[in-house]
Design a protein. Structure first.
Length: 345
């Protein structure tokens, strides 16, 4: 709670600091031109009207802004002075109009403001997650990071997408993949705990992983591959976890056609042939010792309770769910054991 309050205060402070800056970034050239016109008018009044510097400056500002404190006699004014003043008026009026337009544009679009606030926020992030890409998969990664309370930042390539994400309060940096290294540096890759790359192009994902590892050797790197043949190349690029998206989904769907118990698959090659299966206990009187030994039993879920420390005499109850680590053969054997004990559907 304290961290949330601090972050909220820091965000508010960033707004107060960078809101004026975002406007000035739009209009600083016009302001410089008008300042030069004030200076030029001062020199003209000193030369032609014989005024001292401070009086000439007041006269110049008064004349250009049309306040009217000082009004030289136009009838007796030399032609050259009139020409200079006409030039000053035209330039100043044009610059003033541009300032109004730039200010309104900065206030309405807010792109510079949100960009500066995002970069400032990224500099404060630590142990956060960087999500590369925000299409179908990146979107759901962000949605699942939120309830975990994990701080994150998105790097997206589509400009219109960046504006939409920032309007939703999602910190987002815009960068084409060719600028991946700089974008990752701005996103605080040196302090991040993980990066997930979800681009459609596998080469783009590998470039993102290489750039992240160059900035932070300890960062945890996860990437998808769309072509299974590139999985090994992705690992060689430094990816800690490589997910062949189509293989994982295909495997889950294929297994589901022959088993209703499978609830999870492993992403690492070491346990590629194993799965997590869920079995419901539909009868009373079954002990833990009756079902152990076929495959590793991970835990038992009983209503809102998770039980993982069981002895041989532990009594299962109707409505319990047993989660086990199985392969194809042990799946059939465990299913048959439950069936023989009267617990099968």
């Amino acid at each position: 709670m304290a961290n949330k309050i601090i972050n909220s205060l820091e965000d508010s402070l960033d707004f107060l600091i960078y809101a004026p800056y975002s406007v000035l970034r739009h209009i600083w050239i016009q302001l410089l031109i008008i300042t030069m016109m004030f200076g030029l008018g001062t020199l003209i009044f000193m030369h032609y009207q014989g005024l001292d510097f401070l009086t000439a400056l007041v006269g110049s500002v008064s004349t250009i802004t049309t306040i009217g404190i000082y009004a030289p006699n136009l009838v007796t004014m030399p032609a050259s002075e009139k020409a200079w003043l006409i030039f000053i008026f035209i330039v100043s009026v044009g610059s003033a109009a541009s300032i109004v337009q730039g200010t309104v544009s900065a206030a309405v679009k807010k792109e510079f403001l949100t960009e500066e606030i995002t970069l400032k926020k990224a500099k404060r992030m630590e142990n956060h997650v960087i999500v590369m890409g925000y299409k179908f998969l990146g979107k759901y990664i962000v949605e699942n990071l939120k309830p975990l309370g994990v701080e994150y930042i998105v790097i997206a390539r589509d400009t219109s997408q960046v504006d939409a994400l920032r309007s939703q309060g999602i910190p987002t940096i815009h960068a084409p993949i060719t600028h991946a290294f700089e974008a990752l540096r701005q996103a605080g890759a040196e302090r991040a705990c993980a990066i997930v790359s979800t681009f459609d192009d596998d080469c783009d994902n590998m470039l993102a992983i290489l750039s992240a590892k160059k900035l932070n050797k300890e960062i945890r790197t996860i990437t998808i591959v769309n072509e299974r043949e590139l999985a090994e190349s992705a690992r060689e690029s430094g990816a800690d976890i490589v997910v062949s998206l189509h293989d994982v989904v295909g495997e889950m769907l294929a297994i589901s056609t022959i088993s209703k118990e499978i609830t999870g698959v492993f992403l690492t090659d070491r346990l590629k042939s194993r799965h997590i299966a869920e079995f419901e206990i539909t009868t009373s009187g079954i002990k833990y010792g009756d079902i152990k030994g076929i495959c590793p039993i991970l835990l038992i879920s009983r209503k809102d309770e998770v039980i993982y420390d069981m002895s041989g005499d532990f009594q299962l109850q109707q409505g319990d769910f047993v989660y086990v680590l199985i392969d194809h053969e042990s799946l059939k054997a465990f299913r048959e054991r439950l069936k023989s004990l009267g617990s099968a559907r």
